[in-house]
Design a protein. Structure first.
Length: 319
């Protein structure tokens, strides 16, 4: 039986209503600066199980736990010195750290997939922060899209994928960053598990050393590490400077002025990241059946790394 999904405004009343739904074990999609998250009480097995069910996620991959600050994070995870340094530098913001789980954390084992670590993120978005304060507990939240589909950066994207499967969407407008958080592991040393909204260069500058890369497509522990992910209906080609007539060309920078769609006309990577998933949806709708989408080359630097990572998955052969 599908339920009616409410759309709540990001006002104090809307946020209070969302917090109440979460306290009752319901699911609320909410805006963060990266993408919309599908939130549920991270301590409640049933709420967490419903997150997997609503997304039709094929595996019980571990979920990110969202908290308002480092002090709250320390209730659920051990905070090594290095994590404290990075939290001081980058929280609140698009950095997720995988930390040792505290034995007394009280999180649903479904959140951590039975691991002895937990991924923690302190989002910067004002509505997410207000929701976390109003709820007063840890929120498990993967991106608010059906598994394997394009991540949502607007409330209507969430409704398109999950309407009828969740209690509510808190509408906070478009997400500013537009790609998911950067995920950093710390054991035995710092390792980049997923490129994301915090550029690798910023982390390396804070660490004073280059970062090892830990992504392993053959043995994924993150859905973002599955080869095919973020899949539109249309076939996707990358690095295209001369599109075919049947392709919807998505440009980047002033060299692609003729492209009908662009990630950023001026070649700004921050703007491109913020536009990425919305443009992918638009291009998919324009391409229709049988046509393709061709993306112009994106430089492999700063947020360009996260953009290219998501585009490579969108272009990967489908299972
Ligand atoms: O920006 C974001 O991070 C968004 C917003 C909503 O905050 N959330 C998000 O969550 O992207 P999700 O579930 O799509 O990605 C979480 C990833 C998972 O793929 C999982 O593999 C990894 O984090 N992860 C979670 N816990 C982990 C752990 N203990 N060890 C290693 N990886 C972990
Ligand atoms: Mg996701």
């Amino acid at each position: 039986m599908p339920m009616k999904t409410q759309i709540l405004d990001a006002t104090s009343d809307g946020i209070a209503a969302a917090a109440e739904i979460l306290r009752e074990g319901g699911l609320v999609a909410f805006p963060t600066e990266t993408v919309y998250g599908l939130g549920g009480d991270a301590r409640a097995d049933r709420a967490v199980a419903r997150i997997f069910d609503a997304k039709a996620r094929p595996h019980f991959n571990p979920l990110i736990v969202h908290l308002p600050d480092l002090e709250a994070a320390a209730l659920y995870a051990e905070i090594p010195d290095l994590a404290r340094t990075l939290a001081d530098a980058f929280w609140p913001g698009p950095l997720t750290m995988v930390l040792p789980l505290r034995p007394d954390a009280g999180l649903s084992p479904l959140v951590t997939a039975g691991l002895d670590t937990v991924a923690i993120r302190v989002p910067a978005h004002a509505t997410a922060r207000a929701l976390l304060r109003a709820f007063g507990g840890p929120l498990a939240a993967p991106s608010a899209n059906p598994s394997g589909r394009i991540s949502p950066t607007r409330a209507d994207h969430v409704m398109a994928g999950l309407s009828g499967r969740i209690e509510a969407v808190l509408d906070g407008g478009p997400c500013a960053v537009g790609v998911e958080s950067t995920i950093l592991g710390l054991e035995p040393g710092p390792v980049l598990l997923r490129p994301g909204g915090l550029p690798q260069e910023a982390l390396e500058a804070a660490l004073g050393q280059p970062l090892a890369s830990g992504g392993n497509a053959a043995k994924p522990n993150a859905p973002g590490q599955l080869a095919s992910h973020y899949a539109p209906e249309a076939r996707v080609r990358l690095g295209v400077t001369t599109p075919q007539p049947t392709e919807v060309w998505v440009g980047f920078g002033p060299d692609c002025a003729q492209a009908p769609l662009t990630l950023s006309a001026s070649g700004d990577l921050i703007e491109a990241a913020a536009n990425l998933f919305h443009i992918l949806r638009l291009a998919d709708a324009q391409a229709g059946a049988g046509a393709g989408i061709a993306f112009a080359p994106i430089p492999e630097q700063g947020l360009g790394r996260a953009i290219n990572d998501r585009l490579r998955r969108a272009a990967a052969p489908r299972p």
